[in-house]
Design a protein. Structure first.
Lengths: 158, 499
């Protein structure tokens, strides 16, 4: 009988890995907690632990023919690295919004992403970005009075 | 003991509702609900709380009619962004995303919207009629749910959704456990100790639900949308005309049994104070999958799942209204605001409400029936307009969805920090979905975690471990075990049968 070769899809390790990291950080942060406050988290960890082990074992001991063709994280990049682009643009948005204000950041973010995702029509991009920016400004800032970060320009707040 | 109101009182209540003034507030409430429900991150509870000061000028009747109409319409409208953009308009629309958005990707946005409208209408009507007929007698039974029963209910929901929605039962249950663990972050209710806020004061109350929900559903979807040119998969038709909407309605009506059962689940869970539609829709979705002849189709764009979610979602308002008016115990956040509107107008809901204000009480209940009847024509008009979004190229749609998710995340607590949570949980949601974990189970656990913890403590404090052996708690526990055992057992039996 042919020996079954086993291989591990490293991508499968991400979620259990994150779970383990979170659990470790959680209990490290709560070392000074009163015992009563930790009953429920410990109970939850006792339930999660065996399930975590079962998940890990399920991909460590998976049969070769059932596993993915190659362990790689190509999906995270996507064609033309679009996935990483949208992720980077969102992080950029979060970093810039306290300085540029909600409306201006929205406008710049949309123009950049339209362009980055292949929108070549400059005027269409600008018109759509402006329309959405005005809509969000009116809806959230003017009508719903949300206290979003704003750029004060003296006579106008964006 | 006070008897049930006579037929004349019921007629008086109806005529009170049919005054032009009441009808105007009903229509305005529907319109406001359709708009508020359609905007992700904003919910009817927040909107109605903002409207509360104005209810003094409207008077108790008009204020409550406006609020109930808004409640019904927003529950239904929340499905529109869920179906078209994978962004749940309200937390209770999250299961709608699973099936509705898949249908949109297959070029069936119109059908999905049609199925959603008819399911919402049927679930809502059933719930409204149930409320009209049984409000005076049923509400009192909701009081028999103590902490042990509430804990068991949470356990049942987590087990059902976890075991049924993951790629495998183990991964599904692990998703539930992970969600429960993440829900342990924040100030604990017993001693006020802040557990693992990681140095962020924004996490003192735990992870906020709305940004997390917008992240794992809306933002996570961007990572897959960005790889394609259009929302509708290549070769599939973009939605045009009313034809597909009616086709979707016909498809949904094929599952009439599921529709009625889901509406009833919504009513029953709505009846239990402190639960709400967000829990009800997941329970209903899980049940629909368990009873389905085609469970493998769930999550791939299946009408049965969509029907279960939307019929149940609109079944909740009627159920939630019953304990509010009969016992003075609001069944949900929105009914809490409705109760507040009555109280600031000098009307106190409670056991005496039906004897002292029977005419007004019936007018409020009938407003629920009328609102659900109006939902069909109004929903058709809104769906016809909204579905045009599927024709927009992804390069425009992706940043717009990203902005709506980020702005919706902010709107909940007015914190820029919550915008970063949308991105972080977006990435986590994409990872969970990619590797076959259950996103619904993770979310439900996050939602039910604090409720389960609180009720567990209370149950143990009050009656010790014996309180979990009370008849209702025991029945729910048995149902939980059944949910774990039944699916593999049925699969085995089916295999044997086929063999």
């Amino acid at each position: 009988m042919a020996k079954i070769r086993r291989r591990i899809d490293l991508g499968e390790a991400i979620v259990p890995g994150l779970g383990l990291l979170f659990g470790g950080a959680y209990f490290l942060q709560t070392t000074d907690a009163p015992a009563d406050a930790l009953y429920w988290p410990i109970l939850t960890a006792l339930v999660a632990g065996p399930l975590w082990l079962a998940v890990v074992l399920s991909f460590v001991w998976v049969r070769r023919e059932e596993s993915r063709p190659r362990p790689r994280l190509g999906w995270l990049w996507g064609p033309g690295r679009r996935v990483s682009f949208i992720l980077a643009a969102s992080i950029g948005y979060l970093l810039v919004i306290p300085w540029l204000g909600f409306s201006l950041t929205n406008f710049v973010f949309m123009l950049a992403v339209f362009r980055g995702l292949g929108g070549r029509k400059r005027w269409t991009n600008t018109a759509v970005a402006l329309g959405i920016t005005v809509f969000l400004h009116v809806a959230l800032v003017v009508l719903m009075k949300q206290s979003l970060p704003q750029l004060e320009l003296g006579w106008i707040s964006l | 003991m006070t008897g049930l109101p006579g037929i004349e009182v019921i007629g008086d209540g109806l005529s009170l509702l049919l005054r032009p003034e009441s009808l105007l507030w009903l229509a305005l409430g529907m319109l406001a609900g359709l708009i508020v429900g359609g905007i992700p991150g904003f919910n009817d509870t927040n909107f109605l709380a903002m409207m509360l000061p104005f209810s003094i000028y409207l008077g108790p009747m008009n204020a409550v009619i406006f609020m109930m109409a808004c409640f019904c319409a927003s529950q239904a409208a929340g499905s529109i962004p869920a179906i078209l953009l994978n962004i749940p308009g309200t937390p209770s629309n999250a299961p709608t995303c699973l099936e509705g958005f898949r249908l949109t990707r297959q070029g069936k946005a119109g059908q999905a919207l049609g199925a959603s409208i008819i399911s919402s209408t049927v679930g809502g009507l059933l719930s409204a009629l149930f409320a009209v007929v049984l409000t005076p007698v049923v509400g009192v039974y909701a009081l028999s749910f103590g902490p042990a029963e509430m804990f068991m209910m949470a356990l049942f929901g987590l087990t059902a959704v976890g075991s049924l929605t993951g790629k495998s039962t183990i991964k599904g249950l692990f998703s539930s456990a992970l969600g429960l663990f993440v829900a342990c972050v924040g100030t604990e209710f017993n001693h006020g100790y802040t557990r693992a806020a990681f140095g962020f004061f924004e996490l003192f109350e735990g992870f906020p639900l709305i940004p997390v929900l917008l992240g794992v559903f809306g933002f996570a979807e961007l990572f897959s949308l960005v790889k394609e040119e259009s929302l509708v998969e290549e070769g599939r038709q973009v939605f045009t005309g009313y034809g597909p909407i009616f086709e979707g309605m016909r498809e949904a009506l094929r599952y009439w049994g599921n529709m009625l059962r889901s509406g009833l689940i919504g009513i029953i869970i709505g009846l239990i104070p402190g639960t709400g539609a967000a829990i009800a829709t997941w329970v209903s979705y899980g049940q629909a999958r368990q009873w389905s002849k085609e469970p493998e189709k769930f999550g791939t764009g299946h009408y049965e799942g969509l029907v279960a979610s939307d019929a149940c979602n609109n079944g909740v308002p009627g159920g939630a209204l019953i304990p509010t008016v009969t016992l003075g115990i609001p069944g949900s956040g929105t009914t809490l605001v409705v109760m507040a509107a009555l109280m600031i107008n000098g009307v106190t809901p409670g056991p005496s409400f039906f004897s002292e204000h029977a005419q007004e009480a019936y007018a409020i209940l009938f407003s629920l029936v009328l609102a659900n009847l109006l939902l069909l024509p109004l929903g058709l008009g809104v769906a016809r307009l909204a579905a045009q979004v599927t024709a927009v190229p992804n390069r425009y749609l992706v940043p717009i969805i990203a902005l709506f998710c980020l702005a919706g995340g902010f709107a909940w607590r007015s914190m820029v920090f919550d915008m970063s949570l949308v991105v972080v949980f977006g990435l986590l949601g994409a990872l969970l979905a990619r590797y076959g974990y259950s996103v619904p189970a993770f979310l439900l656990a996050l939602l039910l975690g604090p409720l389960a913890e609180r009720n567990f403590y209370w149950a143990v404090e009050i009656g010790g471990l014996d309180s979990f052996l009370r008849p209702i708690a025991l029945v729910i526990l048995l149902a939980t075990v059944g949910v774990l055992i039944l699916p593999p057992l049925l699969k085995k039996m089916e295999k044997r049968g086929r063999g």
